[in-house]
Design a protein. Structure first.
Lengths: 338, 338
DNA sequence: ACGCCGTATGTGAACGGTCACATCGGGCTG
DNA sequence: CAGCCCGATGTGACCGTTCACATACGGCGT
């Protein structure tokens, strides 16, 4: 670990130059394939580079150009399906534009860990930032910080310039309407943590749709996204059982919910209908296969890069932030028996 | 995007020096809190740093020290539960040691994408590398490459120095033995892709345990880890139905399997027992709750960093690679009726 | 009072690239 | 054939930091 002081450094542009019998500037030119280079010289230099296994020193390059060609991603809970998919899409889109991506995971939502993550990325001289840490608090921190790098927040409410998201409200309304049209009137909503922007938006969509159909809504239950929570919430809810359907804010909680309902000896959708959100790949293999709202995370990631690289300025044309999700009807929902 | 040429660069060590009325070297000393600094000077410099919102330029620092304090992670399919958990653990462990972490996702298992990922990390001058891309091919590529950075491979067979893994073979044997002890004699194994080291190890564990108990084993089915595949494999398998139990190489495929079995009107575990592998958080809420093998991915990640930073040399003492997984018995397995 | 030592600070050179500019031929134009 | 321009290459400076070394200064032993 305490690096050997005598170890020889990697070959530099000048080493290559010497061996190729040209000046270091010519080597630099080959690197940046600038015009006005004789083909022969170019080949010779490239040959030497290969021989030496030369690789340009990014630190040096960054130092002088103060450009890093790197985009940072700050992500909370990247083990979740949504964030993970977006990350993958972002990486691909960025690579296509010749950018690198550095991802760093938030280990908490407190200001300190946010700053640590941000500092790490800023140290890398990132030229753009994608935030997939969808807590309100995180979002606020970023907007307050008025940082100098352009950034995009995924999964936000869409109120800010930096916002880019699947239209959570529309998705939630889709799910809710589906239940109402099936005749359900006593519908619960199992929401995500209240400090998550997405959770808030879905809750909002639920409430709006309910009131537009003049269906009275009870206060949503605030969960933590886990199947575990869904299970315990389900158990509690079933002690009274004054509902025929539940709209869960994500698929995992829906899974836990279904577990609890089965434990109570009830049938899905016979007794109770369940709708999830996200359409994780497993959802269609749940028992019963879960009716849910599909989000195109890939598209989201791609657009994030587009927005970032086009400077967020006068964008192409149509709605920059609205990706409309899709309701996937499977077997966890059915008509209300009442 | 085409950076404004007139934009002023960030404040440098010399700007700080000038304002603090000291030389740049003194500022550098404050940065590296070296001894022999008058407390007063130190404070004054720090004050100026705060005022200027100065942040050291990592590129410059790296250039001269040729140290980056960064560890790279190359990960395939990081959306899976296992890899994602390991990554989180690695990040935390690395941070505790004062290292940064850069994760890059492989977008394929072909040599080209491996090299691209590796090049990206090498460009960052990483000082260590953790590979969580558990395909044989990837592993081979890395060993062939004889790269100059120390590296650790997670989830490998344990044959190499760089190997570090949960003992997949032991885990698979645990699962298999459980089924045998329940009286099952016709057991299928739904394996992972053959080019994954883990999949191979689990398959090996399965076969070994079977033969040690003198139970004849049919050739494993090679899957792709997805629930979708599990579902279709289940459907195929049920056309003959010459088995009473299946050991699935991961939980997702087990889920698909159970879906198919239910579709056929059969009972789990009444008619068929299922064992999974990984114990993803959702597994205990499947229907029925899944018997599976739990792996401590967090521990794995932590050990990876330890191994890397201790130079992989003469290690502490006991088995460096063996983390023994644990069988979690739930309700998807029961005695054989035959 | 001299030299010496240790503490606190300053100076010059490097790290490995890019940029702006200078140089050097050769072919074209007039 | 002079003059010019352009294509191909070389030279010096600089990016922001650390390293090795030099310097200034006060106290202390003799």
């Amino acid at each position: 670990m305490p690096s050997d002081p005598t170890r020889n450094r990697a070959p530099s542009i000048r080493d290559v130059a010497r061996l190729a019998g040209v000046s270091y500037q010519t080597v630099s030119r080959v690197l940046n394939d600038s015009p006005n280079l004789r083909e022969e010289t170019k080949l010779r230099v490239q040959q030497v580079m290969d021989d030496l296994q030369y690789r340009p020193n990014r630190a040096a390059r960054m130092l002088v150009t103060s450009r890093s060609r790197t985009i940072g991603i700050i992500s909370a809970s990247s083990f979740q399906y949504g964030p993970a998919s977006s990350i993958t899409a972002i990486e691909q889109a960025a690579r296509a534009e010749g950018y690198f991506v550095n991802t760093v995971n938030l280990d908490g939502s407190d200001r300190e860990s946010i700053e640590r993550a941000l500092n790490h990325l800023l140290d890398q001289a990132i030229e753009g930032l994608v935030v997939i840490a969808p807590q309100v608090r995180v979002f606020d921190t970023f907007t307050q910080m008025n940082l100098s790098v352009p950034f995009v927040t995924l999964q936000s409410t869409g109120t800010s310039d930096h916002a880019l998201s699947v239209d959570q409200i529309a998705g939630a309304r889709l799910a809710t309407r589906h239940l109402i049209e099936l005749g359900h009137r006593n519908i619960y909503h199992l929401a995500g943590p209240q400090d998550w922007i997405e959770a808030e938006a879905r809750m909002h969509g639920f409430l709006t749709e309910m009131s537009e159909h003049d269906v009275a809504a009870t206060a949503p239950i605030l969960g933590d996204w886990t199947a575990e929570f869904g299970y315990f919430a389900g158990r509690e809810l079933l002690r009274v059982r004054d509902f025929t359907a539940i709209f869960s804010s994500n698929d995992q909680m829906a899974l836990g919910l279904m577990h609890a309902i089965r434990d109570a000896g009830l049938d899905i959708p016979g007794d109770i209908s369940i709708v999830g959100f996200d359409d994780i790949p497993e959802a269609r293999h749940f028992w019963p296969p879960l009716t849910t709202v599909r989000q195109d995370f890939g598209e989201l990631g791609r657009r994030a890069i587009e927005l970032l690289l086009n400077g967020g300025g006068p964008l192409g044309g149509e709605s920059p932030s609205g990706i409309i999700p899709e309701l996937i009807v499977r077997e966890s929902t059915g008509p209300s028996r009442f």
